[in-house]
Design a protein around this ligand. Structure first.
Ligand SMILES: Nc1nc2c(ncn2[C@@H]2O[C@H](COP(=O)(O)OP(=O)(O)OP(=O)(O)O)[C@@H](O)[C@H]2O)c(=O)[nH]1
Ligand SMILES: O=C([O-])CC(=O)C(=O)O
Ligand SMILES: [Mn+2]
Length: 602
């Protein structure tokens, strides 16, 4: 005990004004027994020192300074490359409150299990105290947390992904002195043993305990753990929404900006849509996209009844493979400097490389071995870049607006090779909530497990909702209270395939054509075709100038396949029933109304 007390008092920072924070750090230090405690201030000097240490011990490898100044490669443990949904738990006192959509463990049992893992786990290591703010530091919509971690890689990433350090600590102290709470996140990489790995959430205590992984959403606790699982739970009781959505601003040729929030599952196109560069003709006409966020959106009704959204993050943790000068030039421009790359390959002259980059040749793969196309791809399919949002050419100053931006349209979308058309519109809010609740998507490499399996992923929140989906849908429905001026809701599918297995829609920049149609619908300047599943565009109302679509593509992208939808709605009905009596009747009624219309041929 003595040695620990000394170690804590020998920390490089006097600690905090906030007794509750000091006490928690002391308790964690007593349990984990680190050699040193370091309170992060987020300064450049601190970061430089961390990076120096990581370079010395091989945690980070310097990349080509000429082509990629200030950039680093981190190779994670080969068994630690994605979120682990099967090891992620929501620990509410009542099992039903976590719902069938989450793995559940009783809080006392989970704490005991985790504390046994954390016991002495930081011996020989430094314990970093990382205060952070999710959202603009002066925004009433923002929320703060402190992550304790023994991973300098996590510290360096949190510094990019959040407002981390002294200003966040000052806000935590200010709020704490008035009785406000912050989210307590405890993280250790442990032994990186997949059999000793758990990501536990205690939403009722605003606490997270994560052990045994150093990767992305498992370890950067501000991101999925806090900003989605804990925040969604908190948002329910406080009357707002924490969503897995990008936020973009779409400026039309008249100079008006419309804000759109879109929920697509992991690795299904949020970052790409958020940074879209308009196709040639649109550019000439003066269309412009600005980026507010690429992954997470917190929104709440403003005084005027519209939904106002902030991006709680300050950086991008983006999928590298497939990112090219052609598919996403803004992302590529963003990651030319000051970027941390995780699990990419490198070229002979030490530049980062991944499949789909479209230039250069890989020499070394993500595991650090000579590249061999027969053995494995150069980059892991879930290889990522971490970069400050400020480096993105399309970054919007509105991302710093403490009031947030007003949302005109909410878009849901999944990866669906068949059935689902390019775009359709929900008739009203309740139908829109059903469209979100019924979302399906083929799984991707962002989580461990099989890829390409169709699963229900309501609102792209399957892995991230911190409470029972039935209660979540009810919470969504509650926004339609007569007073709010709610956005229109749409559904898109960029991933429809033809009989040859190829994508039918060009996607990327051309997705703007679909966004334009949405804005016209919001303004009421264009009609749509009524079907049981929603309002479909007349293809003539989309600007398809320069897009080559053959007969099959047109039929599948804009068509309505009654029989296919009948089967789909049967599946949706079964899915909703799986939640039992908590499922809101209004949603079941909506599902049944549509199913009946499909059967009647109406
Ligand atoms: N065919 C097609 N592929 C796309 C499109 N947009 C994105 N992709 C591909 O989908 C993959 C993931 O895209 P991202 O934009 O990184 O996905 P994300 O939703 O931000 O992913 P997370 O960061 O995991 O939440 C990349 O390989 C992209 O190249 C599109 O419009 N069409
Ligand atoms: O959380 C992560 O590791 C990355 C991410 O954005 C996602 O999977 O949706
Ligand atoms: Mn994501």
């Amino acid at each position: 005990m003595n040695a620990i007390t000394q170690d804590v008092s020998a920390s490089t920072h006097p600690g905090s004004r906030l007794a509750s924070l000091n006490q928690w750090v002391a308790e964690v230090a007593a349990l984990t027994r680190p050699d040193r405690v370091h309170w992060c201030d987020g300064s450049d000097a601190e970061n430089a020192e961390l990076v120096r240490q990581m370079e010395a011990d091989g945690t980070m490898v310097k990349l080509n300074e000429q082509t990629h100044p200030g950039s680093w490669l981190h190779r994670s443990d080969p068994d630690d490359v994605a979120r682990v949904e099967h090891l992620t738990f929501v620990c509410t006192s009542e099992r039903e409150d976590a719902g069938p959509n989450n793995h559940w463990m009783a809080p006392a049992e989970a704490h005991a299990k985790m504390d046994a893992l954390f016991d002495g786990c930081m011996q020989g290591r430094t314990l970093y105290v990382v205060p952070y703010c999710m959202g603009p530091i002066d925004s009433p919509l923002s929320r703060c947390g402190v992550e304790i971690t023994d991973s300098p890689y996590v510290v360096a990433n949190m510094r990019i992904m959040t407002r981390m350090g002294a200003p966040a600590l000052a806000r935590i102290e200010r709020e704490g002195e008035r009785g406000g709470a912050f989210v307590k996140g405890l993280h250790s990489i442990g032994e990186l043993d997949p059999d000793r790995r758990f990501i536990m959430h205690f939403p009722e205590e605003l606490a997270i305990k994560s052990y045994g992984s150093g990767y992305g959403g498992n370890a950067l606790l501000g991101k999925k753990c806090h900003a989605l699982r804990i925040a969604s739970h908190q948002a329910r009781s406080e009357g707002w929404l924490a969503e897995h959505m990008l936020i973009l601003g779409l400026q039309d040729p008249q100079g008006e900006t419309h804000y759109i929030a879109a929920a697509f599952p992991s690795a299904c196109g949020k970052t790409n849509l958020a940074m879209l560069i308009p196709p040639e003709g649109y550019l000439k006409d003066g269309w412009k996209i600005s980026t507010i966020g690429d992954d997470i959106c917190w929104m709440r009704p403003g005084k005027d009844g519209r939904l106002y959204a902030i991006n709680p993050e300050a950086g991008f943790f983006g999928v590298a493979p497939g990112t090219s000068a052609k598919s996403n030039p803004n992302a590529l421009a963003s990651i030319r400097r000051n970027t941390i790359f995780t699990n990419v390959g490198v070229t002979g002259d030490n530049q980062p490389w991944w499949e789909g980059l479209g230039e250069g040749e890989p020499a070394i793969d993500w595991r650090g071995e000579p590249y061999d196309a027969d053995k494995r791809p150069a980059a892991h399919p879930n290889a990522r870049f971490t970069v400050s949002a400020k480096q993105c050419p399309s970054w919007s100053p509105e991302a710093e607006n403490p009031e947030g931006v007003p949302i005109s349209a909410i878009v849901f979308g999944g990866r669906r090779a068949s059935l689902v058309p390019l775009v359709f519109e929900a008739r009203d809010w309740t139908h829109g909530v059903l469209v979100g609740a019924a979302m399906g998507s083929e799984t991707t490499a962002a989580a461990t497990g099989a890829v390409g399996v169709m699963r229900r992923d309501p609102m792209a929140m399957k892995p991230f909702c911190g409470y029972n989906f039935a209660d979540y849908f009810n919470h969504w429905l509650s926004f339609d209270n007569g007073g709010n001026k709610l956005p229109k809701i749409f559904h898109v599918n960029w991933f429809r395939k033809g009989d040859d297995g190829k994508f039918l829609w060009p996607g990327f920049g051309d997705n703007l054509r679909v966004l334009e149609w949405m804005i016209q619908r919001v303004k009421g300047t264009v009609g749509a075709k009524e079907t049981p599943v929603g309002l479909l565009p007349d293809p003539a109302d989309l600007d398809l100038d320069g897009v080559e679509l053959d007969q099959e593509a047109r039929a599948k992208l804009f068509g309505f396949d009654r029989e296919g939808w009948q089967a789909e709605f049967e599946g949706i009905g079964e899915y909703l029933d799986g939640f039992g009596p908590r499922m809101p009747q209004a949603l079941k009624d909506e599902q049944q109304r549509i199913a009946a219309r499909l059967d009647q041929g109406a």
